[in-house]
Design a protein around this ligand. Structure first.
Ligand SMILES: [Cu+2]
Length: 443
């Protein structure tokens, strides 16, 4: 019986899927023809297995193998090269760790991984961004990015915080989408020829959404369907219903969907500030799949914190005041194109020191007109304040810090080592927006 005739419980994909209780026991064989190093995004291994190029854990030379063996945490994760800009060249894949509940539940799991794609090399894209203004136009758009102005986004869907950020004067418009990509991919395909996932009639689907794009944020549009967000970045949240869901760079969403019948249901991801979109189709047995327009009728608004504010962790941190609070200023601009944390540019940075056993808070204050998806390695943190207002938010590994806004995260320092803390916009990271969170006496 072919896969098309009978819906598989798990839609097969590239990447790694682990069963409950299975260790992450992987030999990474480098056949890339060049050095590489892969980061197990959101997982909490010992620091030397994290896949970040520290002096103690250099990239793997071409032809070599490195072995990993740790106890993974369950949920929707992904893996990507953390060496140079290989992530932009699609050296990325899903990393799904199934729980006992996943195995018990009567539902079909569907992974949807998003990418941005360019025919140019990542080096050409970066050079186009960093070249001085006024010089010849390079392949990527240079200069001011696509500024959001009053004519370019659908106001009706825009939140008050976005409007606030946009209303600060003519010289302070928000910047979105540093790079003009050639295509946006959902499971490596465009909307012109999307993946069609066959589902059961009136079946239940667990959609595991992964934004694997290097420099693009999306609105997930479930169309006629309403979903229930049950986990973010692999960590369970109290159920939140919705049909349009923001997804910042590197974030994941687990969404439960009960299909209302035997129809065909596009799951679309639209690029913020643009009409461009990509997606897949869920289709019941025999349901006809019609062609989908490659572009939406209106530009999508900027991705914002409207969902973040509604999220509550199923397992929040135990209440406790922080032992140490680090304040980190996010700074930079489109021209000259450079981005910093506390005025420092990687690798010339002062580590944020924390000690084993501490409750740590990091207050991220964004002094720029771009939103920055900030990612901490080796720890799951809880979002505890947005723009100064305390919340008991989601536990996750990446959070968007809005333009001119602030977000505070808290976590328990329980994984000694050297840990990267950075913006997950690849081009922001490459021009400096990365620092270190460090425990003392690490060799
Ligand atoms: Cu950034």
């Amino acid at each position: 019986m072919s896969e098309n005739e009978r819906p598989a419980l798990l839609t097969r994909r590239q990447g790694i899927t682990l069963s409950p209780g299975e260790r992450f026991h992987v030999d990474l064989v480098n056949q890339a023809g060049t050095s590489t190093l892969v980061h197990w995004h959101g997982q909490l291994p010992p620091w030397k297995q994290d896949g970040f190029p520290w002096p103690q854990t250099p990239p793997i030379p071409a032809g070599d193998t490195r072995s990993y063996d740790y106890a993974p945490i369950a949920g929707t994760y992904w893996m990507h090269s953390h060496h140079g800009m290989q992530e932009q060249s699609l050296m990325t894949a899903p990393l799904i760790v199934r729980s006992a509940e996943d195995v018990r539940a009567d539902r079909q799991e569907v992974v949807l991984m998003l990418h941005d794609f360019s025919f140019g090399t990542p080096e050409e894209l970066l050079a186009g961004l960093t070249k001085p203004r006024g010089s010849d136009k390079a392949m990527p758009k240079t200069g001011t990015g696509n500024n959001v102005n009053m004519g370019s986004a659908s106001m009706g869907a825009m939140s008050s915080e976005t409007m606030g950020a946009m209303n600060m004067g003519p010289s302070t418009a928000m910047d979105l989408n540093d790079v003009d990509f050639d295509a946006f991919l959902a499971n490596d395909r465009t909307l012109a020829d999307p993946e069609v996932v066959r589902t059961e009639q009136s079946g239940r689907v667990l959609l595991r959404l992964i934004n694997g794009a290097s420099s693009t944020q999306f609105w997930i549009d479930l169309g006629a369907l309403t979903g229930t967000v049950v986990a973010v970045d692999g960590h369970p949240v109290r159920p939140v219903r919705g049909s349009r869901l923001p997804l910042a760079m590197a974030q994941r969403l687990d969404v439960l969907i009960d299909l209302p019948g035997n129809g065909s249901y596009p799951i679309v991801a639209q690029v913020e500030g643009k009409r461009a979109r990509t997606g897949i189709v869920l289709a019941g047995p025999g349901a006809k799949v019609s062609r989908l327009a490659a572009e939406a009728e209106e530009n999508a608004p900027p991705v914002d914190l409207s969902l973040e504010r509604r999220l509550e962790a199923v397992t929040p941190l135990a209440p406790r005041p922080p032992d140490v609070t680090h304040r980190v200023i996010l700074a930079g601009a489109m021209a000259p194109y450079a981005w910093s944390l506390n005025g420092e540019y990687w690798p010339n940075v002062t580590p944020l020191m924390i000690a084993h056993g501490q409750r740590v808070a990091i207050e991220m204050v964004n002094h720029t007109m771009m939103a920055h998806p900030m990612h901490l390695h080796g720890h799951a943190f809880q979002v505890v304040a947005i723009n100064g207002a305390q919340i008991v938010g989601a536990v996750r590994d990446i959070v968007l810090v809005p333009p001119m806004g602030s977000v505070t995260i808290a976590f328990d320092a329980d994984n000694p080592g050297r840990w990267a803390f950075h913006c997950h916009n690849l081009y922001h990271m490459m021009t400096g927006m990365l620092t270190e969170v460090r425990y003392p006496a690490i060799i």
